[in-house]
Write a protein that binds this ligand. Structure first.
Ligand SMILES: C[S@@+](CC[C@H](N)C(=O)[O-])C[C@H]1O[C@@H](n2cnc3c(N)ncnc32)[C@H](O)[C@@H]1O
Length: 213
């Protein structure tokens, strides 16, 4: 086992265990979906829950539901009367996501929207305390601009995969790799954006925590 893997195992072993119902969601994804690695996973999931505990949000928005794993982790950390909206563009995932939510303790707290986040975000009649961006890497700046309009002052945007498997520091980037380009452009854009404060955390695939000033 390489040093990074050993450290990751050590971190997982010394954090709260992954709840059984989420292990089941992850196992099911490995059995039936093409890209199960897209799931936030054990340690990042515990971190999202802890962030929700710390921030005590009333309203949360997630962009990119996939299996529902990360939205359930956030739901675990929410105050009693709080609510999460989550948006997924792939309607083939809808019935699986809905049954995952119904089989969890959090179905009352979560509303699933099927469609393109870029069309749906402007339609919300309320603003959010936390917006978690975890969808198409090519569009991160567009999601971000919309999120910034919909996040409350002092509210937070979390952007996932901002290290993009290390591709962001490679010397020779393939010009046709639009996902790496999307993430690199986003990272540079946020770094210079004076409307926000930001810090990149090297957990899993990198997550940038952004606060609207
Ligand atoms: C990385 S996965 C989300 C993983 C999930 N948040 C988690 O951590 O368990 C990204 C998801 O975003 C969805 N997606 C991509 N573009 C989207 C868009 N424009 N609007 C909504 N969802 C989108 C994809 O279909 C995919 O299911």
């Amino acid at each position: 086992m390489e040093t990074n893997e050993k450290i990751e195992s050590y971190i997982a072993a010394h954090s709260d265990d992954e709840p059984d119902y989420l292990k089941h969601v992850r196992r099911q994804a490995h059995l039936s979906l093409l890209n199960p690695r897209m799931i936030s996973g054990h340690v990042q999931g515990r971190m999202l829950k802890m962030f929700a505990r710390m921030i005590c949000p009333q309203r949360v928005l997630e962009i990119g539901t996939y299996t529902g794993y990360s939205v359930l982790c956030i739901a675990e950390g929410l105050p009693q009367d709080a609510h999460i909206d989550t948006i997924e563009i792939n309607d083939e995932l809808e019935s699986k996501i809905r049954s995952t939510f119904e089989n969890s303790a959090f179905s009352q707290k979560i509303t699933l929207h099927i469609g393109d986040a870029l069309s749906i975000i402007p339609t919300f009649p309320y603003d959010f305390d936390i917006i978690f961006i975890d969808a198409n890497k090519r569009n991160y700046i567009e999601y971000y601009e919309q999120a910034l309009k919909k996040v409350k002052p002092k509210g937070f945007i979390f952007a996932d995969n901002t290290l993009w498997n290390g591709h962001v520091i490679e010397d020779n980037i393939d010009k046709n790799d639009l996902q790496t380009k999307g993430i690199m452009d986003f990272n540079t854009f946020v770094k210079h954006d004076t409307r926000v404060e930001k810090v990149m955390i090297p957990i899993r695939d990198g997550i940038t925590i952004i606060q609207k000033v």
